[in-house]
Design a protein around this ligand. Structure first.
Ligand SMILES: *[C@@H]1O[C@H](CO)[C@@H](O)[C@H](O)[C@H]1NC(C)=O
Ligand SMILES: *[C@@H]1O[C@H](CO)[C@@H](O)[C@H](O)[C@H]1NC(C)=O
Ligand SMILES: *[C@@H]1O[C@H](CO)[C@@H](O)[C@H](O)[C@H]1NC(C)=O
Length: 348
């Protein structure tokens, strides 16, 4: 190697050396320093307890925002993960799929006003910070640099719990998300809860551990459904295995459909694989419609989530014999059954 090449290499290294921000933290890109005050505000004023209701709601909002994009319909359908659900809230919250999200947007607008980020950067940063409060979550990636949204998305682009698997796969393909990436994104339901499906049981979780970002939802959705936890059957809901737990029709079907069942079953009890796949799919979701070459990687601002300590398991009363198996070619890990009588899932 000649000296010019060596000098070039060293120069290359110097561009990735750490930058000291005014709060004493180091990041790789100075542009990321501006995110620390936003992080502190979110931690103090929105996500003040780990993996709380605002985390679920911001994730939900980020998903609805990002889906506002269509390869087939073109730019007029929306610019994806651009924050338009906030910028054009008065327009987008009239869509049936965004029912009741105006109240939620009211939670975040005061925080947005205190900082100098585009609505899209704020929303998708908040989603990453929120995920990171959940024990067991992977450290989410965050790219900075979404321009302010220029137009609202159109209605009808967000898959719903009562859609068929064919409809959901087609809608996701139209934003560039594959069937296995959909399954990976559904790991978010491990910290999910239902607020609108059945109003009689607000906060009913989708698995028995809604405060932990784990693989229980993949296990529990494969158990036989025997009851409705609230006031009977609702749109988008099917029978669940446990009192207190809501099962979404879409989760039930994706877990059993030949196009997605193997991806689903491969995540049962596999925390490490779930983390890798969810982080990758979430990074893709949060950049839908955006020019990632013009964005700065600020992932080093996102806190490292705490590890999950609970082992994956079957809820009380269930074993591998109960699994409704739509993918025999993928093996099941050996999971213990929690001791005691069949339990009721507690609200999130
Ligand atoms: C939303 O915006 C679109 C495009 O700008 C417009 O055509 C539509 O009428 C608006 N809808 C509402 C409810 O404001
Ligand atoms: C806000 O951010 C924009 C774009 O990054 C920048 O040009 C502007 O100077 C910032 N304003 C303040 C008050 O920091
Ligand atoms: C439960 O469902 C029944 C039948 O749909 C309805 O008449 C009743 O008002 C519901 N109860 C509550 C508390 O929502």
């Amino acid at each position: 190697m000649n000296l010019t090449a060596l000098a070039f290499l060293l120069a290359g290294f110097s561009t990735v050396s750490a930058v000291l921000c005014s709060n004493g933290k180091t990041v790789l890109n100075a542009a990321c320093c501006q995110l620390f005050p936003v992080l502190a505000d979110l931690q103090e004023n929105l996500f003040d307890t780990p993996c709380n209701e605002p985390v679920r709601i911001v994730l939900h909002l980020a998903f609805h925002d990002a889906m506002g994009f269509s390869l087939s319909q073109g730019a007029a359908a929306g610019q994806g993960a651009d924050g338009s659900i906030i910028t054009f809230a008065s327009n987008e919250t009239t869509f049936p799929e965004n029912f009741a999200l105006d109240g939620v947007i009211g939670w975040v607008t005061p925080l947005i006003a205190r900082h100098n980020l585009s609505d899209g950067d704020f929303l998708h940063f908040a989603a990453s910070v929120g995920i990171a409060t959940c024990p067991g979550a992977p450290r989410p990636k965050f790219l900075l640099g979404r321009p302010q949204a220029i137009s609202p998305a159109v209605s009808g682009l967000v898959p719903t719990a009562s859609d068929s698997v064919t409809t959901i796969l087609a809608r996701c393909a139209d934003v560039g998300i594959s069937p296995s990436e959909i399954v990976a994104l559904l790991a978010s339901h491990s910290v999910g809860a239902s607020y609108a499906i059945d109003p009689v049981i607000p906060g009913a979780p989708f698995d028995t551990t809604p405060g932990i970002f784990d693989t229980q939802v993949f296990t529990e959705v494969l158990l036989p459904g025997v009851l409705f936890p609230g006031n009977g059957s609702n749109v988008g809901e099917v029978m669940s295995p446990l009192r207190g737990e809501v099962r979404l029709q879409s989760d039930f079907e994706i877990a059993r459909d030949s196009r997605t069942a193997c991806a689903w079953k491969s995540l049962v009890g596999n925390q490490a694989m779930m983390q890798v796949q969810f982080a990758a799919a979430m990074a893709k979701l949060s950049a839908i419609g955006q020019n990632i070459n013009a964005m700065v990687d600020c992932s080093d601002v996102i806190p490292i989530p705490s590890a999950v300590t609970e082992k994956p398991s079957f809820p009380q009363g269930f074993t591998s014999a109960d699994i409704e198996d739509a993918c025999p070619s993928v093996g099941l890990p050996v999971l213990a059954t929690l001791p005691g009588p069949i339990a009721t899932a507690s609200p999130a």
